[in-house]
Design a protein around this ligand. Sequence first.
Ligand SMILES: *Cc1c(COP(=O)(O)O)cnc(C)c1O
Length: 458
Amino acid sequence: MATTIIEPFRIKSVEPLRFTSREQRIKILEEAFYNPFLVRADDVLIDLLTDSGTSAMSSRQWAAMMEGDESYAGSKSFYRFETAVQKITGMKNIIPTHQGRASEKILFTITGGKGKYFLSNTLFDTTRANIEFSGATGIDLLTEAGLQPSVPAPFKGNIDLEAMEKIILEKGAENIAMVIITITNNSGGGQPVSMENIRAASRICKKYGVAFFIDACRFAENCYFIKQREEGYAQKTILEIANELFSCADGCTMSAKKDAFANIGGFLALNDAALTQECRNLLVITEGFPTYGGLAGRDLEAIAVGLEEIVQEDYLKYRIRSMEYIGEKLEAAGIPFVKPVGGHAVYLDAKAFLPHVPVHQYPGLALSNELYIEGGIRSVEIGSLMFGKYAEDGALIPAPMELVRLAIPRRVYTQSHIDYVAEVIIEVFNKRASVKGYEIAYEAPLLRHFTARLRPVS
Ligand SMILES: *Cc1c(COP(=O)(O)O)cnc(C)c1O
């Protein structure tokens, strides 16, 4: 019997890639102030900057978009969207937003503020920024296993339950805005959280009367890992696992640009009626009327169909297998990366890859830029450029890990693209000793990595 796991789709429409020379790329990078976010997409060959909004939509999604009902209030597309989200989350109240961060902004404006704490396995960059912007404090409580890039474990996204309970007692339950668990843990290697961990976290929250939320961007990938790795789930469908997982929570925020195969969109799902009312009141002044919330009817349609497709096992099997495939190639070449490979991305361990570049010279950025020069591949630094802070004396307080994320857009690249990516990484690894670090020439006060300007350290 043939065992190769193939792409579970065929290609109906194609988009050409544009090739550049090494000399051109050196110049392009210089003109972009050595920040991959400032490079034009057209100058990138294989774009692994993010899996956000970059999915290929299915013919069913495109067909549904033509059915989009653009009525201002009560559009048919909203009810279709609402039903699709309820089917997965089981939550009562569904609020569409233009992106995940809009859901965060609304929810945290109401629940956050000065003196409040948000506890998480790891907060994503926009999530942390929205918490801090409200005046509250975000605390990451990843288990020890999650902080060891080279040591594999099945659920490296788990929250440290003991530390969580300790902080609830220390700060007082009334000061904990919520516990919000990110599935999969994007900033910590795309690692999954176990059902056991989610159940236990939920139980602790109930005990102290603390709200329990899920940052659900990659819920389907997380559920597939639970099915594969956690006892008692092998016979369950992804939808059943998702239902069980969301039943532990009071609500969730979601970016439909990830596990909903949409190019834009998000939602906030809640059980509490009073909180929903407050969120909708904010929604109308920032996003739009409650039945479209910053989206066109056609976007709501694309999300509704995307949510049906994302829980299909043929797809998830191919998705997770293609990630493992890259991992195997890197492993064979001795390249340091976060193990096991995550659900949506491979995370190179830049600290181990470039041991001669100190953290204050941003080894992650240095590696990311080298991948671009070598092979036109765009990736993103997830390290001290993204999460670093300054001490009072101006010294850098580095992030716990220096990673380079190669996020794989859903249903977009084929096996030969991935083979090429692995070859480029290996090529850079072979000449790693010559790679130099960077220093910051300009930075914004929040989310500095998006717009920072850098220069190579001479
Ligand atoms: C992408 C993402 C968000 C924010 O969603 P946007 O749609 O980009 O605003 C929040 N949390 C996690 C874990 C994400 O990956």
